[in-house]
Design a protein around this ligand. Sequence first.
Ligand code: UT7
Length: 326
Amino acid sequence: MIRARITGTGSYVPQKILTNFDLEKTLDTNDEWIKARTGISERHIAADDENTSDLATRAAERALEMAGVKAEDLDLIVVGTITGDYPWPATACIVQSNLGAVNAGAFDVSAACSGFLYALSTAVDRIEAGRSKKVLVIGAEILSRVVDWEDRNTCILFGDAAGAVVVEAQESEHGILSTHLHADGTHLKLLYQPGFGTKLVPNEESLKNKEYTLKMEGNEVFKVAVRSMADVAEIALKANDMSVEDVDLFIPHQANIRILKATAKRIGFKEDQVYVNVDRFGNTSGATIPLAMDEANRAGKLKEGDIVLLDAFGGGFTWASVLMRW
Ligand code: UT7
C-alpha cells in the first residue's frame, strides 16, 4: 500500500526571546500568574524584517536537508498559516520561490491552530491518490504582529515559529495511518481576528478599536478545546483499533499546559507519553505541532515503528488528529 511517510522534519524560531519578566515591565501581569495559568515562561518574537515566509523557508530547508530531498523534486508545498505575509497570494508561493521548488504547486490552508494538521491531511490525500510523491508541509506563524500588546488576556500566550515536514509516497507499513478533520463555525467569534478581510475594512473607527488584532474568550475556548481534542484523539485511536497504551508519543497543539494536561487526562495518557514545549515557545498556532515534532525527532524521541498521535484545536473552530507509525 502507498502511504504518506514523513522523511524529514525542520523548524525555525526567531532569535529574540520575550520572557514573562519582560512582559511584567509593560503589562499588569507577572511571571507567577502566567506560569500558573498557562505554563509559559517565554516565547520567541520575529525581528521587524522577518516575515512568515522567512521562518517557513528556514524550517523547510532543514526538513529538506534531513529528508535528502531537493527543492526541485517537490511536487507540492502546503503552508498552514493565519498570519501569511499578505492576505494573498499564498505564503506557500513565496516559500516555493525562495526554495526554487520549480516543479511544485503551492497553496495555504487557513485553519488557525489546526492549520498544520489540515495541511498535512491534504498532503496525505494527494499522496494516497497517487497525485503527489514529495510534498512539503509547513506550519508557520508570526502571531506577535496580530496580538494586542495591551491586552494581557491574550498577548502573553502567543509566539512566533515555523515547523516543516517532508512527506513522501512510500510502499510501506510506516507512515500516516489516519487523518480526521472537524469544524464548527457557530463559535467563530470566541476566537478570531475581526479585521481586515472583506467584512470589516480599515477605517478610522476600526483602526482605533484595534480590530486587526486577535480576540479571544479564553475561558470558553478552553472548555471546547479540551473536549474536542480528547474526542478527536479517541476517534483516531478507534479508527485504527488502538488504545492509549499503543501510543508512544502524543503531540498535542501547545496552547496552554492546563489544556494539554486536561486533554491528556481525559484521554487517559500518562505524563511521559505527552510532548510538552509550550513553556519555551508559547502558543505558535499552526507551528506548534511541527515544531514539537522536529524537537522530538532531533532529540531521538521518535523511533522507527513508534505510534505518534498529533492533535490540534483552533479558531473556526477547527480540530483535527493525525495518527502515524513512525
Ligand atoms: O490555540 C487555541 C486557542 N487558545 C487557547 O486554547 C487558549 C484558551 N484559554 C486559556 O488558555 C485560558 O483561558 C487563559 C490563559 C487565556 C486565561 O486563563 P483562565 O484561567 O481562563 O483565566 P480567566 O480568563 O478566568 O482570568 C482570571 C483572572 C481575571 O481577573 P478577574 O476578572 O478574576 O479579576 C483576569 O482579568 O486573571 C486575570 N488575568 C490576568 N492576570 C494577570 C487575565 N490575564 C492576566 C494576565 N496577568 N496576563
